[in-house]
Write a protein that binds this ligand. Structure first.
Ligand SMILES: Cc1cc2nc3c(=O)[nH]c(=O)nc-3n(C[C@H](O)[C@H](O)[C@H](O)COP(=O)(O)OP(=O)(O)OC[C@H]3O[C@@H](n4cnc5c(N)ncnc54)[C@H](O)[C@@H]3O)c2cc1C
Length: 125
């Protein structure tokens, strides 16, 4: 059940633990993508949209992602940052604006209530 190289749990294409019909693996625990909140978020969003089919006994859609796509934002001090989105290095000011200003605390209320995920984006209904 573990990926022997990374130590993470194996994830099938539909985010199930291979060999288990009713166990799903999401986020850092899994071996599909690097351990980043952005990946945990998209995996969770995908499964949320498939739960209706799952509980109805229907097939669920595979989780599709681009393994080459890098998306990372790092703050530096109070007002600078760096990162990578695909092949683009975002401007320091943009990283500060999107992340460094609040470090997610501006969305903490919605997050704690279960109304939103990463970057305050509402969960799919
Ligand atoms: C300093 C730092 C900076 C980061 N910056 C970024 C960033 O800029 N961008 C980004 O995308 N990602 C970033 N990450 C990574 C991001 O935090 C993780 O990818 C994300 O939190 C993974 O979410 P998760 O729900 O899969 O796991 P986690 O957030 O680790 O949640 C797992 C939870 O399970 C709990 N748990 C563990 N074992 C048990 C048990 N036996 N019983 C019950 N509960 C248990 C843990 O306490 C934890 O609360 C950063 C991580 C760190 C440490």
């Amino acid at each position: 059940m573990r990926n022997t190289a990374s130590g993470s749990l194996k994830q099938g294409a539909d985010l199930r633990a291979p060999g288990y019909a009713n166990i799903f693996v999401l986020g850092d625990a899994g071996d599909l993508q690097p351990p980043q909140a952005v990946n945990a978020d998209t995996q969770t969003r995908h499964l949320m949209t498939q739960l209706h089919s799952y509980f109805g006994g229907e097939p669920i859609k595979p989780y599709v992602f681009d393994p080459e796509k890098t998306q990372m934002a790092l703050t530096i001090g109070r007002d600078r940052g760096t990162g990578q989105i695909g092949s683009w290095q975002p401007w320091s000011l943009l990283i500060w604006f999107l992340k460094g200003r609040h470090l997610g605390t501006n969305n903490a209320g919605e997050y704690a209530k279960g109304d939103a995920g990463t970057m305050g984006k509402a969960w799919p209904k």
